[in-house]
Design a binder for this molecule. Sequence first.
Ligand code: MRU
Length: 368
Amino acid sequence: MKINGKNYQTIWLDEDDRGIVRVIDQQKLPFFLEIKDLRTVDDVFYAIRNMTVRGAPLIGAAGAFGIYLATLDPAFRKDNKFIEKAAGLLISARPTAVNLAWAVNFVLERLKKNNSGSTAPEIALKAALDICETEKENCRRIGVHGLALIEKLSREKNGKPVNILTHCNAGWLACIDYGTATAPIYMAYDRGISLHVWVDETRPANQGARLTVFELGSYGVPCTLITDNCGGHLMQQKEVDIVIVGSDRTARNGDSANKIGTYLKALAAWDNGISFYVALPTTSIDPGIADGMKEIPVELRSGNEVTTVSGFAEGRIQQVRICPENTVAMNWSFDVTPARLITGLITEKGICRASEEDITDLFSDKQK
Ligand code: MRU
């Protein structure tokens, strides 16, 4: 995607110094476009933990590059447990998005299977780059499948703007490129379909306000920022035609974890007869979890993120407290939407029901 006319991915290797992985610092957006250099496993761990990089597919890719950086560390040659310790650390950075463990284990598997004569860093780097390319292509294909839904709504509305509501940032910034929930939106926009996006601000980290508005706006997609509590009202007023969100982990039964507040949007959509779609690559599906409501680990982050707000004032990013000093705050970061509230999953393999039967078919490569 382009920022100020220049093409960016969210993560890439520094071609001048292949010991450096570069990322867009998402804590600074939209106020500053800063690139951060990651040189060690610890750098990658903290970048994931403090949300310099965030979004399920992107933290997966970052974890994969983390293993690559581990193979460059002199400790890799001295300590035969070093790589496993690095993997454990990286996977522990955030618990909910399954992509992180999936991607780290994917690189480890490639290293174990090494029969190519290549060095460990060569193998790990190739694996991380393969993940990036696959996730880009996954998102592009999610766009193709999701586009059909928006086209249909546009036809039904005789070309009047299709109003899409999204939560958090499941855009290109959360992935490598295109995004998941946003991929059909960008594709429909490119086709000249009239559309408009309601963007939930997504307290406490404000990914919607800071990131989704930034990326949709940079692309020219009409969008309006709303408070997290506004969606239900808009749905009652028939101002929402479809809800499309991302997922950090979808269980085998279709239950889907996404940013806190997603469940409430699904409930409101259900009550108002509005389609609620989850757009995700199959790398965000965890077939090992049978019952998402019971088993998906939900991240609990610091209450400080709730008691404060970050914003731009006097030329810099500042944090202010929004409640009495010593307020006790709780910060569950994700919730799980039960499959029964989900109209469908938009994956790179096609659109399917959020059901064990359809998800099993996805993994046996039957197209829906
Ligand atoms: O805490 P975050 O910003 O990492 O949460 C991100 C989300 O909830 C996204 O919707 C999800 O990762 C899907 S990304 C395509």
